[in-house]
Design a protein around this ligand. Structure first.
Ligand SMILES: Cc1ncc(COP(=O)(O)O)c(C=O)c1O
Length: 378
């Protein structure tokens, strides 16, 4: 239930065959052009919105985030980056600054500003309707941009996970993502969507930014892309990628290889041939509907939310306070029953449920049986 890397299943025969075949014929690095990587790039870009025209491959989500940061800064000649206050985009010395910017007690780096992540369940202000609440969160984005201006830090853009997965999969008020994108654009910045967790059908659409209704300038991808083979990428407009390449002459030994291409293609074949996009949306909705029914009799389940095969259960105490301990206890009891999930989110009290794309209704039923048994006796 906590498996967002081997998205088309462990030891997937199609992926293993593609990997074995490629490794037993040719594997070279990105200094050599290979038809396989061109075909894969074209196919992957074809799944995105048309503004994403070019792609750079890497091996980890951190590298994709790093390339995205550099691309936003090179394209805008800016430095200032807005992120959320409970995020994680990777752990290189530059990318980790976004996580640090949001963590209390640690001084944020001058070029990063963390804004409160938008949410309806524990809203920043009570008693507001959806649009008014959205506006309060957008004001924080405007304030961060103004703060950069005051400090003579030219603005580069905003960096968000499309579905705020690490923040705890909150229900996002109004059209926050689209409106934030417009604000960022008006200030000369670029919108970066981190699809490392959200992408590849997990959200019930192919990309999380489709689910959340916005059009990012830059997208990072990773985790499920290679079903476990290190494979990640950043996509942007042809101009932005050209500017990045000119400024950095970026090279990554194991990236853009025929091996990555063969495996990446096999993953896309599996997703398409088995109609895993439809399955992710349908099984995810079924699972959430059942969990929502359970919530009625179990007030410790404060909130059940999410999209596609990505569900968050906000665990709370009797007086409705975030309950990290309760979430950990639940995860441990479920582990005893053979189901792995974990406590995550800004307050570490959200049970994060993210099974692989091959998860079917019968698996959801098995999980629900275990969940019911544990919550009953827990
Ligand atoms: C949203 C998000 N972006 C980026 C990363 C970094 O990916 P990697 O661990 O492959 O460097 C992670 C890893 O958990 C992530 O959750």
């Amino acid at each position: 239930m906590y498996n967002n890397v081997p998205c088309v299943g462990h030891a997937n025969p199609r992926v293993v065959a593609a990997m074995t075949k490629q490794m037993s014929t040719l594997n070279v690095h990105s200094r050599y052009l290979h038809q396989g990587i061109l075909d894969y790039a074209e196919r992957l870009l074809g799944l995105h919105h048309p503004g994403l025209e070019n792609i750079i491959f890497a091996c980890t989500g951190t590298e994709a985030s790093e390339i995205a940061l550099m691309t936003a800064r090179i394209a805008t000649k800016g430095r200032g980056i807005i992120c959320t206050d409970a995020t994680y985009h990777g752990n290189s010395s530059e990318v980790i600054k976004m996580a640090i910017a949001g963590s209390s007690g640690k001084p944020a780096h001058a070029e990063f500003r963390a804004v409160p992540f938008p949410q309806k369940y524990r809203p920043i202000q009570d008693g507001l309707d959806d649009d008014a609440l959205c506006d309060v969160y957008l004001d924080k984005v405007r304030a961060a941009i103004a703060d950069f201006e005051r400090n003579n830090i030219p603005f580069a853009g905003m960096f968000v996970c499309s579905i705020l997965a690490n923040e705890g999969l909150p229900d996002i008020p109004g059209s926050f993502m689209a409106k934030a994108t417009a604000i960022v654009h008006a200030a000369g910045g670029l919108m970066v969507a981190d699809e490392v967790q959200a992408g590849f059908c997990r959200s019930g659409d192919f990309w999380g930014y489709q689910t959340m209704g916005f059009t990012p300038d830059i997208v990072c991808m990773g985790k499920p892309m290679g079903n476990g083979l290190p494979l990640s990428a950043m996509a942007a407009s042809a101009d932005h990628v050209a500017a990045f390449r000119k400024a950095t002459r970026y090279f990554n030994t194991f990236a853009s290889s025929p091996l990555q291409a063969a495996v990446g293609m096999a993953v896309l074949d599996e997703i398409e041939n088995r109609d895993l996009l439809r399955q992710s949306a349908a099984v995810g909705t079924y699972l959430r509907d059942e969990l929502t029914l359970l919530k009625m009799d179990n007030p410790v389940m404060g909130d059940v939310r999410g999209c596609g095969l990505f569900t968050g259960i906000d665990w709370v105490t009797k007086d409705n306070q975030p309950d990290q301990e309760g979430a950990v206890a639940m995860a441990n009891q479920l582990k005893e029953k053979g189901f792995l999930l974990s406590n995550a989110g800004a307050l570490k009290n959200v049970l994060k449920v993210r099974p692989p794309l091959v998860f079917e209704k019968e698996h959801a039923d098995r999980f629900l049986d275990a969940f019911k048994a544990v919550i009953k006796y827990g």
